[in-house]
Ligand binder design. Structure first.
Ligand code: AMP
Ligand code: ZN
Length: 471
């Protein structure tokens, strides 16, 4: 299995540290608002990574954090705490805000069939671990104090910015103004003191004074707590390369003196109108808003799989509608294959039928080539159009769906129950209508529709396939 490692900027053969157990840390949401569908693109990519690893028989230990303190509005050392600001906006306590949006996030990933991590960890549950880590960095001579907090002195960490290939001198030159008391442009806060003039809801005692942790330290402290000081894969969105993950590396290695993560992987942005979708830009859509418009969340998942995770993906409703019809067509195929297999006397219990190892081989070759989902979907459609026995197609697509996560089997079982009472001649007419629609022969399709309704059955074309019911 090959994965693109941001550290080397190349696809590398993945070799786990311990036999077949894989430690995976993915940066989680800041729970001050709903996740937008751009954020969710990143979580879908990480879910695909996890499913691919699992299909390859790795035992994945997946840890995801929840940022409920310390992430500032400018993503750096200044600005307001996003959580405190969000609480004021919604007239809630910070704790209520965190709970509300954590649940909303869990609902979103559930709707997208993203597996839940083995461990969720909240920044506010790990304050002591973060303080301990800052202490260790301090003992190693890598910190200094200003009037507003404890900072990491990046000039003392020789390889600072190596992964991001940062031009440290250029950054330093360009930021003479506005450095405040910082010694170097890239220095960042490990611990911030509570402001004198305002009361924070979240603050803790520390050896340096009352305050709260910086954003980056939480991921260092929690990833190492749960996965140890040398683990396999760490993921996030591409915006994390420059600052958040660069700082995590400095913190981790500042404590352990050696690299802690073997493979760093980053998902590209979702765009709207060719611009990054972002909360601060105000150009974002939530999954909820797609649901309100009648979209099944799994069509968004299908849309995302249509792009490679390292390519930018532009969101439009036309493109989403394309995903709606593709997924609906795929779902309809399941019923047609099922029916055709019954007629041919094949067994169609899906998983119990033999899968096509050649098709699975091609599919997994695409997935194992740095998660090439567009190519994998092309393999799916090639198989759908091939002359493989229908029962085998069913079994094979369900096998592929263990990685794609489109819940095809669940859909099929539900539909199977619904259709159990639909007589074969109606199914046959449906099949013919579908073929006419595929060929864009609308008049012919309408003739079949009329025949079906004439026999007392109604037809409804929904975003997730055609439904037939006895009238
Ligand atoms: P946040 O909740 O802001 O910390 O972001 C959660 C995740 O979404 C991070 O991994 C970000 O890198 C990622 N992200 C933010 N904006 C986008 C976007 N437009 N497209 C894809 N991922 C994004
Ligand atoms: Zn993180």
């Amino acid at each position: 299995m090959k994965l693109y490692n941001t550290l080397s900027r190349t696809k590398e053969e993945f070799v786990p540290i311990n036999d077949n157990v894989v430690g995976l840390y993915t940066c989680g949401p800041t729970v001050y608002n709903y996740a937008h569908i751009g954020n969710l693109r990143t979580y879908i990519f990480e879910d695909i990574l996890r499913r691919t690893l699992e299909y390859n028989k790795y035992d994945v230990n997946h840890v995801m954090n929840v940022t409920d303190v310390g992430h500032l509005t400018d993503d750096g050392n200044d600005g307001e705490d996003k959580m405190e600001k969000g609480a004021a906006r919604e007239h809630k306590t910070v704790w209520e805000l965190a709970e509300f949006y954590t649940q909303a996030f869990k609902d979103d990933i559930g709707s997208l069939n993203i597996r839940t991590p083995d461990t969720w960890c909240k920044a506010t549950d790990h304050i002591q671990e973060q303080i301990d880590m800052v202490r260790q960095l301090e003992n190693n001579g890598l910190t200094y104090q200003t009037s507003d907090g404890i900072y990491f002195d990046t000039s003392k960490f020789k390889s600072y910015g190596a992964m991001a290939k940062l031009d440290i001198e250029g950054l330093q030159e360009g930021s003479r103004v506005d450095m405040g008391e910082k010694k170097n442009a890239t220095d960042f806060a490990l611990w911030k003191f509570s402001p004198q003039d305002a009361q924070r809801q979240m603050e803790w005692e520390s050896p340096w004074g009352k305050g709260f942790p910086g954003w980056h330290i939480e991921c260092s402290a929690m990833s190492m707590k749960y996965l140890g000081d040398h683990f396999d894969i760490h993921c996030g969105g591409i915006d994390h390369i420059q600052v958040h993950h660069t700082n995590e590396i400095a913190q981790n290695e500042g404590v352990t003196g050696k690299p802690t993560v073997n493979v760093w992987m980053h998902g590209e942005f979702l765009l709207t109108n060719d611009e990054r979708m972002g909360k601060s830009k105000g150009n974002f859509l939530t999954l909820e808003s797609l649901k309100e418009k009648g979209y099944d969340p799994l069509t968004y998942r299908y849309f995302v799989l249509g792009g490679h995770y390292r390519s930018k993906l532009n969101f439009t409703f036309e493109a989403l509608d394309g995903a709606v019809s593709a997924l609906s067509k795929l779902r309809n195929q399941l019923m047609l294959w099922d029916e055709a297999a019954h007629q041919a006397g094949e067994q169609t219990t899906g998983a119990a039928t033999e899968i096509d190892t050649k098709a699975i081989g091609e599919f997994m070759a695409a997935m194992n080539d740095d998660l090439d989902t567009p190519k994998a979907l092309a393999v799916v459609w090639d198989m759908a159009r091939s002359n493989m026995e229908p029962g085998k197609k069913l079994a094979t697509i369900f096998e592929m769906d263990l990685v794609l996560g489109l819940q095809l089997q669940a859909w099929y079982q539900e539909r199977d129950r619904e259709q159990a009472n639909i007589p074969p001649q109606i199914i046959e007419l449906l099949e013919k209508r579908q073929a006419a629609r595929d060929a864009k022969q609308w008049d012919e399709a309408d003739t079949y529709r009329n025949e079906i309704t004439g026999q007392g059955y109604s037809i409804e074309d929904t975003p997730d396939g055609t439904r037939v019911k006895k009238q």
